[in-house]
Design a protein around this ligand. Structure first.
Ligand code: AMP
Length: 396
């Protein structure tokens, strides 16, 4: 069976067509500038990377552009639409409705819409993608895979905020967590490498990318995670502040004569590593600047490291122990010095790192040091494959 994985944003649409027999990616790409003009980036092994300018007034036209590219005689990979057995959609927010992936029906769409208030930038776009796909591919079964679902196992003491309880009841204000598909994928893979059921392992998974989140996984379940009600919470990120004293928000609003929305925008887009370094949100640029003697760039790296390291101690404590640490996503998979620093001076917790094994980028590797009780891994994440596997499982 071939499964099409779609990730619709407000003006973009990412796709991968995966052959489930071999797990090979047959084609992948990205539609950009939907509703503005339209660019299709499409790549296959045979044709390499191609770019087309196609007018895309809405997502339905973008999906048509994707299926045309997949069917194309010159750069396509299928000969008829009948070859696509199912579609897996990434949906950012499932609220408290979904603790696992589901086959999409009218009720599911209604609930995704209800969750739009919790993810106003993402859920409406995800829903648009689903509806456009229904039109373009009638009768093809579709599955929704939620970023929040994996974290629905958190206990109430971890997911509630100490604010009036009615706000949870009336407005659903609580911690939801994100990147669930990634945390789930790498934790499962780590358990396979360790050779023990995930249910018997206490693990911390560090998804460190432009957006970063850290999850405590005990007995195969997410019991706490660093992102919260929104993806602004937790560790410092590329442009997001992560955890700050909430009283800073009205204080900045007053000092800078801003609205709360404007301050929220600053915390999402101009803070984090970009705000501290003043250089970039990209850790490669920041590292280069730090090497060149830029002190604020070095400070941004030190602050990021510190904000991540705190979670290792915190989550080992709440789990009552630790067996494994997993690094994933752009920074986790590629930043050798950050991993080394995070795992240094951690002997008291039974953690050491092997510098030679840690000298790896973008590849699966065990980096555990000699005599280390806790095992450490680099595991490249693969959210698309997880979505495709869930889709296949649900459709039997
Ligand atoms: P992601 O959001 O997972 O794509 O991660 C983006 C972050 O990963 C950026 O801050 C990049 O600087 C970092 N990153 C990606 N590739 C590399 C690399 N080869 N070396 C160091 N950092 C990288």
């Amino acid at each position: 069976m071939k499964i099409l994985v779609l990730n619709a944003g407000s003006s973009s649409l990412k796709y991968q067509l995966i052959d489930m027999d071999t797990q090979a990616v047959l084609a992948k790409g990205l539609c950009e500038r939907i509703g503005i003009d339209g660019i299709l980036n499409h790549s296959t092994e045979a044709c390499g990377k191609l770019k087309f300018e196609i007018d895309m007034p809405d997502h339905a036209v973008a999906i048509k552009a994707v299926t045309d590219a997949l069917l194309s005689k010159e750069h396509g990979v299928i000969s008829s639409m009948g070859e696509i057995g199912a579609v897996g959609h990434r949906v950012v927010h499932g609220g408290e409705y979904f603790n696992s992936s589901v086959i999409i029906n009218e009720d599911v769409k209604k609930k995704i819409e209800e969750c739009s208030a919790l993810a106003p930038l993402h859920n409406p776009a995800n829903l648009t993608g689903i509806m456009a796909c229904e039109k373009a591919m009638p009768g093809v079964p579709m599955v929704a895979v939620f970023d929040t679902a994996f974290h629905q196992t958190m206990p109430s003491e971890a997911f509630l905020y100490p604010i009036p309880y009615e706000y949870y009841e009336n407005y659903k204000i609580r911690k939801y967590g994100f990147h669930g598909t990634s945390h789930y994928f790498v934790s499962k893979r780590a358990a396979e490498i360790i050779g023990k059921p995930l249910e018997e392992i206490k693990m911390i998974t560090l998804h460190l990318g432009n957006g970063s989140s850290i999850t405590a996984i005990k007995n195969g379940k997410s019991i706490d995670t660093s992102m919260g009600f929104t993806p602004l919470a937790g560790v410092m990120m590329g442009t997001r502040s992560g955890l700050i004293d909430p009283a800073i928000i009205p204080y900045i609003a007053e000092k800078e004569n801003m609205t709360v929305d404007e301050v929220n925008d600053i915390l999402n887009k101009k803070s984090g590593a970009l705000g501290i370094s003043g250089v970039s949100s990209d850790f490669r640029d920041i590292e280069e600047a730090a090497k060149g003697g830029n002190k604020r760039a070095q400070l941004a790296l030190d602050m990021f490291e510190y904000s991540v390291k705190r979670y290792i101690g915190l989550y080992a404590t709440v789990m009552g122990g630790l067996d494994a640490i997993v690094f994933t996503a752009g920074i986790g998979e590629n930043n050798i010095s950050l991993r080394e620093n995070l795992l240094t001076d951690m002997e008291f917790m039974g953690i050491t790192v092997d510098s030679e094994k840690n000298n790896v980028q973008g590849k699966e590797a065990e980096i555990t040091g000699a005599g280390s009780r806790v095992r450490s891994f680099v595991i490249p994440t693969n959210e698309e494959l997880t979505i495709a596997l869930d889709t296949q499982k649900l459709l039997g």
